[in-house]
Design a protein around this ligand. Structure first.
Ligand SMILES: [Zn+2]
Length: 340
């Protein structure tokens, strides 16, 4: 009977398991640079997030309101009318939410032609811009992945990989919505190069409301080929196929040892419900892939509720251990992040 009287300080009760009793700095695995006001007209596609009467521009009205636009529901058309977003606004939001670092998406993308745009819609956020304006200007707060596509040929795509590598980025991002199927043969030399250089590749899956983007390219189904053909490549399946084929997205991560996913939402006001507020979904992730899922936000798309989103996760009745993995440690490990 003596054992029963032994001190029990190492045994956690329910309350200790659920409460955030230790301060924890989070990591945002997915934010977007490029929408800053300074020089926005020089970065193709970026003004389309704020300007015109489109789904994405209407969604960004909340962010405009937070940044002081007295008439955020007015349709705007010029660079001058864009809100005063700067890298410092990013840092301020991160500080308020106790987020240590953010991984920014540099983007290279050109869509298929569509009526009214025979050359396709172009989205371009250069690696060098993000490195200089965010990473170097705010040490310890940002990292990034470089954009890549094969619309300009295989050699141009390999140059994009080299550029990301030289910038010191941990990986690449392939925006399927603009750039086509992830299992297209032209991309295979890119994946080989990434394995060689130790870079991971992020793939957009799910849905996308940007001009000229096609839903078929974004199905997680086509990522299965890449997982099969490149077992050495570390793959981050962005958005887990939301609104397209989320079950397949979940299956990819369970099937492939080299595949990871996130709970990022490409269109907050329409899509946030499932991934951020659905207990069944979060519990599924906790049960089947606790080490392979990342918290991310698509900031500044989520600027108006940046802290509230995270608070919601931290208040969910899931284990403290999983909360810390999900909102920080899993992604830090994935990119080998060294805290400053
Ligand atoms: Zn995104």
């Amino acid at each position: 009977m003596a054992e029963n009287n032994a001190p029990q300080e190492n045994v956690e009760g329910t309350i200790e398991k659920m409460m955030q009793f230790k301060p924890f700095r989070h990591f945002d695995s997915h934010g977007h640079a490029g929408l800053e006001k300074a020089g926005i007209a020089d970065r193709p596609g970026c003004m389309d997030f704020w300007c015109g009467n489109s789904v994405v521009a209407r969604t960004m009205m909340g962010a405009r309101a937070v940044m002081g636009d007295p008439n955020p529901f007015a349709i705007i058309e010029t660079a001058e009318q864009c809100p005063p977003l700067t890298p410092e606004v990013f840092v301020q939001s991160m500080d308020q939410a106790n987020i240590e670092g953010m991984c920014l998406q540099c983007i290279h993308g050109v869509t298929d032609p569509y009526p009214g745009n025979p050359d396709g819609w172009r989205w371009y956020v250069p690696n060098e811009y993000v490195k200089k304006t965010f990473i170097d200007a705010h040490p310890g707060r940002f990292t990034a992945v470089g954009g890549v596509h094969t619309r300009y040929g295989v050699q141009a795509a390999l140059d994009m990989v080299q550029s990301a590598y030289e910038c010191g980025f941990p990986g690449l991002k392939f925006h399927t919505a603009t750039s086509g199927y992830p299992n297209q043969q032209e991309m295979y030399p890119v994946y080989e190069k990434c394995v060689e250089l130790g870079l991971h590749v992020q793939f957009h899956t799910g849905c996308e409301e940007l001009p000229g983007t096609r839903t078929k390219y974004q199905s997680p189904l086509y990522l299965d080929d890449v997982g099969m053909d490149f077992p050495e490549l570390k793959i981050l399946q962005l958005h887990c196929g939301i609104f397209n084929n989320m079950e397949m997205g979940l299956w990819n991560v369970m099937k492939h040892e080299n595949m990871y996913t996130d709970i990022v939402i490409p269109m907050p006001t329409l899509m946030r419900f499932r991934q951020y507020f659905d207990m069944d979904h979060i519990r599924f992730l906790e049960f089947f892939m606790p080490d392979k899922v990342f918290y991310g936000t698509d900031y500044p798309m989520t600027l108006p509720f940046y802290k509230a989103m995270l608070d919601n996760i931290m208040l969910m009745p899931i284990s403290q251990e999983f909360k810390q993995k999900l909102t920080g440690d899993n992604f830090r490990k994935f990119i080998n992040w060294q805290s400053k």
